[in-house]
Design a protein around this ligand. Structure first.
Ligand code: 5GP
Ligand code: MG
Ligand code: MG
Length: 179
């Protein structure tokens, strides 16, 4: 698998530092709140597992799974909920946790969808941000790292469902996806 990676963007130590710092900020910001951490599957599963351990405040966790309707390789902006939250979120302080914020289509849709359920607040925490590619006016409240406009995999992020188990984030060789 390593031979499919062009270069490592964030190694294990860097990821650990990022998660620790995000956890400290979130711990501070959510004192006396009713925090529900919502992971967007599957890409965020590894990040959220580590982030939860770095949050030293009472919190709950739930998950959503979404899929975007694609026309070819372009995202259409229409998001389908494959797995919804288990419980209502009215009155809760929701922190949406994503692997990567790219065009912003997925998170724009999710934020609007969740706000309609009357939570006390909705914020976004993304491990990675590709600001160059943004199409929707959406800003993450917590960002692990900004990344260049390259296709990245590992630490939960996939290409064709593979590479999620890499313990680091790396740039996939374009030859792997025919780029
Ligand atoms: P957006 O709706 O912001 O365009 O897309 C967000 C989703 O696209 C991410 O949650 C992720 O699943 C996928 N995505 C965007 N860029 C990358 C990337 O560089 N690598 C991987 N593995 N997935 C990406
Ligand atoms: Mg995702
Ligand atoms: Mg994916």
């Amino acid at each position: 698998m390593m031979e499919d990676i062009q270069s490592v963007l964030l190694d294990q130590q860097q990821l650990e530092n990022i998660v620790k710092e995000l956890g400290e900020r979130i711990t501070r910001d959510y004192q006396n709140k009713d925090l529900l951490v919502v992971g967007v599957l599957k890409g965020s599963f590894m990040f959220i597992a580590d982030l939860m351990r770095a949050i030293k405040a009472p919190c709950r966790v739930d998950f959503m799974a979404v899929s975007s309707y694609n026309n070819g390789s372009k995202s259409s902006g229409v998001v389908r909920i494959i797995k919804d939250l288990d419980k209502p979120i009215e009155g809760l302080d929701v922190l949406l946790v994503e692997d990567i914020l790219d065009s912003g289509m997925t998170l724009s849709y999710l934020v609007e969808n969740l706000k309609a359920r009357r939570p006390a607040s909705v914020r976004i925490c993304t491990l990675l941000d590709k600001p160059e590619r943004r199409k929707m006016p959406i800003q993450p409240d917590y960002t692990g790292a900004q990344v260049p406009d390259e296709f990245v995999v590992g630490y939960g992020l996939d290409f064709a469902e593979k590479y999620r188990n890499l313990p680091y984030v790396g740039i996939l060789k374009p030859s792997v996806y025919g780029g």
